[in-house]
Structure formats: structure tokens, C-alpha cells
Design a protein around this ligand. Sequence first.
Ligand SMILES: Cc1noc(C)c1CN(C)Cc1cc2n(n1)CCN(c1cc(N)ncn1)C2
Length: 400
Amino acid sequence: MPSVLGALTATIGFLSVVGATPVQLEKRKAFSIKQVERTKYIKNGAQQKVKTLRKFGVKVPEQLLAASSTGPNDSLNGSVPAVPVDDYDSLYLTPVELGNTTVQLDFDTGSADLWTFSSLQASSQLTGHDYYRVDPGKKLQGHTWRIQYGDGSGAGGTVYADKVVVGGVTATSQAVEAATSVSSQFTRDRDTDGLLGLSFSSLNTVRPTAQKTFFDTVKENLQAPLFAVTLKFHAAGSYDFGFIDKSKYKGEITYVDVDTSNGWWEFTATGYAVGDGSTTQASISGIGDTGTTLMYLPINVVKAYYAKVTGSTDSSRYGGWVFPCSATLPDFTLVVAGTKQTVPGQHINYAPVQTGGTTCYGGIQEDTGIGFSIFGDVFLKSKYVIHEAGDTPRLGFAEQ
Ligand SMILES: Cc1noc(C)c1CN(C)Cc1cc2n(n1)CCN(c1cc(N)ncn1)C2
């Protein structure tokens, strides 16, 4: 005997495939449903079931979500590379088509502005950069932006509504924030042409009206309202939009609810371990942040880690924890939603403090003064991280 939901799914699913939009059936003697050809329609049963469950607020089981995801060959999905900018994975760059120019952007889950070097800047600032040629006809009159990042860098300028394409996913009228000025950190960095923010849009700096992130603009058209991040250690990874790629992870996905009240992908870890030591219970609240290179954790946790690294010291000269580059670093584990998320020790050696030097800077540093912890690239680059929007946004973690 099929369940009521099963019958409903079949009905809704049938209507969505043949092109009718399910409508509230009113009590009238006769009615007709206008059928329109839908250019994009749901293609498989699992996708139909996900659509129906979501429509009625029913939690979608992971297995069903994974089964409903297909690869990027469906225009409702897209996948782009994330290429390390240097030998230390300081940041990862991704090609994005803005208007008719392709630029290299730093996808940043810790901010909400899509901004780029532009033809509005002095030409001396554009050396070595791809940049957005503004079209005055597309200007959002009276709108400006200015952003400041945690390291003191920043930029500002004016706003245009233009086509943005990421891995075949097109936003036809996305807010593109064209720089008129950028800080010295960005003028010195000739690789990064700008950022594409993937935090919640509440953090967008455009005024007088905040603008949507690219993901918020396209998510309703994606097969599923999610993007998945695969950053890698000293190798190219990817950002996938709209689907879960089972070939990019192993084992189970562990989901944790997100606190969006500060605009970030914020969650709480419930414990940590150093190397193969025992787990210490601790409440560590922080943000997943692809735009931050390292991990920033509470001072007691950081001290417990470096207590296991021979020759390590908290250096005022180098502004953080350093150790001999020859050190063998222990793994670091965070407990997230009851599962162990381990960072290989090798990922915790960021870089020599001086080129060719023998003192290295730690990938784990203290979060003192920030107000929360930051789970940056050092944490993320051993994981497959699903960022799922919806009524209750959540993060999914799996091992690469
Ligand atoms: C080259 C290079 N090497 O290491 C870096 C960093 C660069 C890039 N560089 C010097 C310029 C720069 C500075 C920033 N970025 N890029 C990316 C955005 N920033 C964030 C994002 C965020 N979510 N949280 C904090 N800051 C600061």
C-alpha cells in the first residue's frame, strides 16, 4: 500500500515532469491547468522526491540527496577549479566570467561581496591583472561598497549589474562590485583579481542597498540549494554548485547546524585531540572560512597542540607560533557533530618565515582578539565540505 507521501510524490513528480506546475486544486466545477514547456525540469525520481520533501518541510535523508545529485553536465549544476596561488596554499583562485572578461577570483565563504579589479582604477594598479571593464549603462546608480578584511586589507568602489558565469551556472544580473581603490596587500598581489563572497548576504557591504551573493542569486535554479568545497593540499581542488559529487569524498557525510546570526557559516566543535592523544571536551565556536589561510583557535587549545611540537615557540618576532621546519607535526582533530574531523600534521606546516629559512610558521594560531575561532583553509583542505542553504542551513563534512 503506497504511503500518502509516496502517492503525493508521484502526483507532484508527474506534474513537474510533464511541465504542469502543481497548483492548489480549488473546488470548482471545471478548471484547466495551462501547461507550459519548462526549459529546465527535474530529471530523475530522486530529484523529484527531494523537491517534494523540501516543499513540505520534510528533512531530506543524506542518501536521497546524494542519489539526487548528478554531475555538472546538467545546466542546473556547475563545477570550477580552485587552484593554489603559491607553494603554501595561501589562497585558491577560480576563473569567473564577468560581463565578457574572465578574471581569477578568491572564493571566500567568510565574506559576501563579489568585487574585482576594474577599468575604474589607475592603470598602474592593473599591471599583471585581468580586470572588469565597466559598462556605464549597467551601473547601479548611487550604490557604493567598501570592505575591510581581518588582516587589514580592503577595497572599495561602485556597483554594476552584469552577467556572471561560474562553471556554466549563469546569473544574468548579478551585483559586480568594481574597485576604484584597493589596499596595498592587493596591489602587491598580482594573482588575485578580486573575491567572490559565499557567506550569507547579510554581510554584503553595498550601500544604500545590500546585494545578494552569487550563490544566493542562483541557488533557487540549482538542482539543490548547496555548494560543495574541495580545497586540496598543494593541489587544485574545486567548488561544485548544485550537486554532491560522490567521487570527491569517502565514508559518511556528517552534518552540523549553522548559526547564521553573524552572517557566517558558523558552527561549534565539541572537543579536540592532539595527535593520537585523548579527546578533550571543549566548546569551540568558529566560522568555516575559505578566505582565511590558517586555523585560528582558542589559546589553550593552541598551547596544548604546540606542547607536542619540539622546538616550537610563540614568537613575537614572527607574530605567532613557529617551529623548526624539520619538525614532525602531530595531527589535530576537532570533534564536529560527534565525529572526528582530523587535520593531517603535514597540513599544519604553513611556510618558512623567510624564503629558504629553517623556521616555519604554524598553520594553527591563536584566535585571541578575533572573538571567535576561524576554521580556514588548513582545516578545510582535507575535507569535502557541503554548504547547504535552506530553512536551516547546515554544513556537511566528509573525508576527501
Ligand atoms: C598572496 C597572498 N598570500 O597570502 C595572502 C592572504 C595573499 C593574498 N593577499 C596578500 C591579498 C589578500 C588579502 C586578503 N585576501 N587576499 C583575501 C581576502 N582576505 C580575507 C578574507 C577572509 N575571509 N578573512 C580574512 N581575510 C584578505
